[in-house]
Design a protein around this ligand. Sequence first.
Ligand SMILES: [Zn+2]
Length: 370
Amino acid sequence: MTGSPAAPSWLPDPQIAVAQLASGILEYAQQTASGDAFRLPYPANLQLALDRLTLLAWHQDATAPASVMELLQLAQEPFGDWKIDLTGADADPDESLLIYGRPTAACEELGSLRGDVEGEIRENALLRAVMDKARAAQAPHSYVAFRELLIRQPAIAAIELDARLADPDLALLANEVRQAYVEAPPEAMADGVIRTCRGCGGLRLPMDDDRTWFCEDETCPAPGTAGADHPASEGVWWLRRELRTFITAPGRAELRIADAIGKLGVPVALWPDFDACDISVFEERPWVADVKAWRSPVRLARRLRERLFTVPSEAERAYVVIGREQVTAHPRYVARLRKACPQVRPGQRIVAVSEAEFITAVKRRVEAEA
Ligand SMILES: [Zn+2]
């Protein structure tokens, strides 16, 4: 496909091949994590991805993986090291699909062709149920309490979860909260202890040597810092993987931004009106923001070109805010995003900015009005 105007019609689109591989890996990870011994056949998407990548490799005179097993090994390598040219696949050379045998954030973004919270909330049955129930009970605080719990405590001791559910805001959603968590997996346990990460509140998992521990959240602000240890016998819950990806990781930036703005002494609301946007600041002529935690500016741009959020008519300004983690990991993230998505350039109704720029803008308005 690369640069060749006369690509034969049978030649697969690298973007679709990679998306299919990523989806297949996510399905495969789901099956192996469910605790049942894995049985053949592999998920259909893995086989289809193998077929497509084989065709691409032939066309490029590159070596194709000989089997799904080899394909899964290849998925551990950064795309830049692949012998197959994947130009057009929206993947960065330094990204891989698997790390330590687990799907990466890039894999989630590529495989589900979504990666943002709104999309997931609309499509995820549990999150829809939470939204419907809180709305029916006219309990926006319950909705906010649910989101905050998932962000602050992706891992939680059984006894502590029971205590949290006594909170009236959360009690309304007790069934849904319980469905959001699964038992910590056996591989998280060593010496009868389950260890947590202070950086993100998730689990730290043992490496093969059982002596080193790693945080499996790629966007953890302090990966591997020791948090509380829980005796495995007392029971520890872990947030389901898709919720960790779509709620916890982007949510840390949302809470941090809301905290910073709250300190300026202006009204700030998280997920107001049942998630009309992520953050709303000021009561008069409000500013609204959607916080995005996509790893890749190119993939986020594609998403924003397809669908931008609806700005409430009373909002004075609207922003897409890129979290600190993403801006740090990707120099020129905001510039690349604006280049690939003209709809969020300065002068448009919605403008893409970094977390720091957003807070600075709020600070200026506060100072101007003081
Ligand atoms: Zn962590």
